[in-house]
Design a protein around this ligand. Structure first.
Ligand code: FAD
Ligand code: NAD
Length: 871
């Protein structure tokens, strides 16, 4: 098909294909969107309305990224209520048309972490819309969105009802998703709310539109379980159970059912005593045949009718196309002639009951995502029942130690030359026993260490926040990464450190095995004081080496805490020693004659110094595994979705105050869409909050120390003189060594002199025709760590992938947050030596290979050959 399409394009020419695709999009838009404006949509609804069909208009657009866009959506809703209200005032329909509202459109930070801000800013907007709808006496329903917004949406609903005057209006409604396991509790909540406010509330029961993304998000976040069901029939049963709960409360709940499934409709009709109290709703463009029949039978029906311009409908269209195309979807199966009616009408309760295993066996739960090892535990930071105790534990944590100390042979020592000599002597002595211990013993230590990290979560997070300036989500992510390193390397070691039989002539046994090299020195930086620090050590230890580690001088307490856990996990105290300190200690460690290898993470300059120091020594030539900095660029083409670009730029450039080696430094925008994206980026940057990293609402914490801060201020000064400012976020109340997230348009990539390790984003514009030149300029920086592309064109993806010299290439996502085992991490060129951390080849570099060839015939003939030949 590819070649045929290619020929077709060649024959017809691109403009023609473009026209055809435009027409197809237009058709899809007409199919699923009622009109570009509320006026046009109302006009289009006239005929059906005359037949008694009710309409609920939805202003397309979701997930406002900026205050300005949220304001625009708010105004759109207001205007829509005005227009629909005026229409109703003249037509006086007994089934007044209404409005559906998405809370994510009304606020750019509608999320639990910004709870207070959301309640302060979003709640009054919703109240204003409800009061307006109440005055016009038209219904208003609040849509249900992602599961991690559910709790906040309930709080907003409650607070809104406490604070606004809606008179006797009975038009307020909320959507409830039956695929969520909490659906019955949500219905109970709304019934309670209705009773408390002596006001009837409409509940629109739907199955839920974000199923695949809920599954993905829960797996990514390492949650204990999914918030949604994993079998379609379980959702169907939940829907019926929820319907029953709603129908039991019809004094307080107006039951509304959003479905295109004829079986579901039939079930509801069976459950209801009085069909007159029910309303069924379908989406515009779907379920027409079924609903025509229902209208014929006198049932109350309503069409949910999206309204909007074509540039905002993509998200909605994609959901509809997925829904119509999904194998499990009723509408899809209805038109599949190979599926008999008896199958279509199977009772979901019987189907669900018949499964011994109620979960879908092919959908891995988040803890079981990876073969052979448990996924690290994440936490749902949108759940106050999780964050409440976590924050309390972190706040009450008092460190057992406040002072950097060396830990040699399990004892605290003054940092200095004595500690170094003693650590090497101990390692030399203890090394052979550790190296010859069965791999299972060493691997089990890492597994225990992974578990200990999780049981000491609050303590480690407190240290990461207080000493490393990490925000809560960053501290959690780091803890998870450290845990994953332990379990992943344990798993790999069990597989890789088995003796390997090699082929050869009869009468000879050839075997390859891996052994530790001796004493490894692990030197790390402060920006991942737990994950990178432990990752290097875990790999070196499990490969059979003794280890002396030097953490960064900025973060000795995290290292001390981790060291105690390493020993607690069973690593002998003489096999692992900690010697904190700065350049001097680092140089002394590297220069020691006993060093069998160095694992290093830090700047390129230090890596070079270590390389030279190792080269200057007589004696064995030892490996250096270095992971260094980057000059990371993201290329955006004009097909990219601006909202997604902006989300990923904010995450990549400003999370962790830009202090990740993978962070985005250069954003390359095409001339055609640069202004649009930059406007949106400004708005999103405006929403970032700086402050105490221990607070849930903080997005950006301080930078690591005063010298780093000064360096960034100096760079900003140069930018002020030579570049064009795009935006700088306000510091707000943040006092101390904070750098405000900022974006600057620079003259060229060449203009940048090196890595800028902070929340400063550089932007360049490029002409699409000059894409190759842009790639060449990025490659010419000499770094090769991370690179990104935002494009919806496969060909561009393959082209950039093939030509951009980076170790980790990210497409249509952020540049940070590599996951152990899924995205092995590390650069090339000036960015590192490899092999990649968290990848299948990492451990091998820490080990020496030994081969034994044994001439079996020397022991008096080849018995096995004789036996084989005679059988
Ligand atoms: P069916 O084919 O019976 O059900 C399909 C649904 O089953 C899927 O959408 C999914 O929810 C669920 N499902 C599919 N596979 C699985 C599986 N493996 N495990 C568990 N569950 C599975 N959606 C929202 O999220 N929020 C809203 O506010 C919202 N408002 C709507 C308003 C109206 C009027 C309508 C009609 C729909 C609305 N929707 C909303 C969309 C709605 O969620 C989908 O249209 C609905 O899920 C389709 O269900 P169905 O009964 O028509 O089809
Ligand atoms: P740095 O090179 O100054 O320090 C790193 C470590 O090396 C520290 O522990 C330091 O005390 C030690 N050190 C300094 N001089 C030494 C010497 N002569 N001999 C031995 N040890 C010495 O780096 P930094 O400023 O702390 O860290 C930031 C850098 O780290 C950035 O460039 C960043 O990109 C890079 N980094 C890379 C990765 C990666 O995986 N590629 C990850 C995190 C950070």
């Amino acid at each position: 098909p590819g070649a045929a399409l290619g020929k077709l394009v060649a024959k017809l020419g691109q403009p023609m294909i473009r026209e055809a695709i435009k027409m197809a999009m237009q058709w899809l838009a007409d199919q699923f969107v009622m009109g570009e404006t509320i006026g046009k949509a109302l006009e289009r609804s006239r005929n059906a309305a005359a037949r008694g069909v009710r309409f609920s208009f939805d202003m397309l657009g979701e997930g406002a990224r900026t205050a300005m866009v949220a304001e625009r959506y708010f105004e759109d809703y207001r205007r829509a209520i005005d227009v629909v209200g005026a229409f109703q005032a003249t037509h006086k329909s007994p089934r007044a048309p209404g409005i559906s509202v998405k809370l994510s459109a009304l606020h750019p930070r509608y999320e639990m972490a910004q709870r207070e801000k959301t309640l302060r800013e979003l709640m009054p907007r919703l109240a204003a819309l409800c009061e307006q709808a109440a005055r016009a006496d038209i219904p208003l329903t609040v849509d249900a969105e992602e599961a991690d917004r559910l709790q906040l949406s309930l709080e907003i609903a409650g607070t809104m009802l406490d604070n606004c005057s809606l008179g006797g209006w009975e038009g307020l409604g909320f959507a409830v998703q039956a695929y969520q396991k909490r659906a019955p509790a949500v219905i109970e909540f709304f019934a309670g709310l209705a009773k408390a406010h002596n006001r009837k509330i409409g509940l629109r029961l739907v199955k839920g539109a974000y199923w695949d993304s809920e599954i993905k998000r829960a797996q990514e976040r390492g949650l204990g379980d999914f918030p949604v069901f994993t079998r379609k029939e379980n959702t169907d049963v939940s829907y019926l159970a929820s319907a029953r709960a709603m129908l039991a409360e019809t004094d307080w709940i107006k039951p509304v059912f959003g479905t295109h499934n004829a079986m579901t409709v039939a079930h509801i009709l069976e459950l209801a005593d009085d069909p007159a109290v029910l309303e069924f709703q379908r989406l515009h463009g779907m379920g027409e045949d079924l609903y025509r029949r229902m209208e014929g039978e006198g049932l109350g029906t309503c069409v949910y009718a999206p309204v909007g311009m074509h540039d905002v409908l993509l998200g909605y269209l994609v959901r509809r196309i997925l829904e119509n195309g999904a194998n499990s979807s009723f509408v899809h199966r209805l038109y599949d002639r190979s599926i008999p009616v008896a199958t279509l009408t199977e009772d979901p309760a019987a189907l669900a009951g018949a499964h011994v295993e109620k979960r879908h066996p092919a959908i891995r739960t988040p803890p079981d995502l990876f073969d052979g090892r448990r996924n690290s535990q994440g936490l749902d930071l949108s759940d106050p029942f999780v964050t409440g105790p976590l924050l309390a534990d972190i706040a009450s944590f008092r460190p057992k130690f406040y002072r950097a100390a060396a830990l040699v042979e399990g004892k605290e020592m003054e940092i200095g030359g004595g500690a170094i000599e003693q650590a090497f002597a101990a390692a030399r002595k203890a090394g052979p026993a550790w190296a010859h211990a069965p791999i299972e013993i060493r691997a089990a230590c890492l597994d225990r260490l992974g578990d200990l990290l999780e049981t000491n979560r609050a303590e480690l997070m407190a240290l990461l926040i207080r000493e490393g300036g990490k925000t809560l989500p960053d501290a959690l992510a780091e803890l998870r990464e450290a845990t994953d390193f332990c379990r992943y390397y344990a798993l790999r070691a069990r597989a890789d450190f088995q003796t390997l039989d090699l082929p050869g002539p009869a009468g000879e046994r050839n075997q390859l095995r891996l052994v530790g090299r001796g004493t490894f020195v692990c030197i790390s930086t402060w920006n991942f004081p737990l994950a990178i620090f432990l990752g290097q050590i875990a790999a070196a230890l499990v490969a059979g080496n003794s280890v002396i580690a030097k953490p960064a001088p900025q973060t000795p307490l995290v290292a001390l805490c981790a060291t105690r856990l390493i020993h607690e996990a069973g690593v002998p105290t003489d096999v692992f020693a900690l010697i904190p300190g700065g350049t001097e200690i680092g140089s002394a460690l590297v220069a020691h004659k006993d060093v069998a290898g160095v694992a290093f993470t830090g700047s390129c300059a230090t890596a070079r110094a270590i390389n030279r120091a190792l080269a200057a020594k007589d004696g064995p030539i030892v490996p250096l595994i270095a992971e260094t900095g980057g000059q990371n660029a993201m290329i955006v083409d004009s097909s990219a979705l601006p909202e997604q670009v902006v989300d990923d730029v904010i995450t990549s450039a400003f999370r962790s105050a830009g202090q990740r080696c993978s962070a985005l430094r250069i954003l390359c925008l095409p001339e055609a869409t640069a202004d649009k994206i930059l406007t949106m980026l400004k708005g999103a940057m405006e929403e970032l909050r700086l402050g105490d990293p221990g607070k849930l609402e903080t997005d950006v914490g301080p930078v690591i120390d005063r010298p780093a801060w000064q360096k960034l201020l100096d760079h900003a000064e140069r930018l002020r003189k030579e570049a064009k400012e795009i935006f700088t976020t306000a510091l707000g109340d943040a006092k101390g060594i904070f750098i405000a997230p900022q974006a600057w348009e620079i003259p060229s990539i060449e203009w940048l002199e090196g890595e800028v390790f902070g929340p400063i984003l550089h932007v360049v514009r490029y002409r699409p025709a000059a894409l190759d030149q842009l790639i060449a300029e990025i490659n010419a920086t000499g770094f090769g760590l991370t690179g990104g592309l935002h494009s919806r064109i496969d060909h561009t993806m393959r082209h950039v992938e093939g030509n951009l010299d980076v170790g980790n290439f990210y497409v249509n996502r952020s540049l940070i947050g590599a996951v152990v085992g899924s995205q092995p991490f590390g650069g090339e060129g000036m960015s590192g030596t490899g092999p990649k951390a968290g990848g299948p080849h990492y451990l091998l570099r820490f080990a020496a290979e030994r081969v034994t060839s044994n001439n079996l015939t020397a022991a008096g003939g080849n018995a096995s050959l004789l036996i084989a030949a005679s059988s």
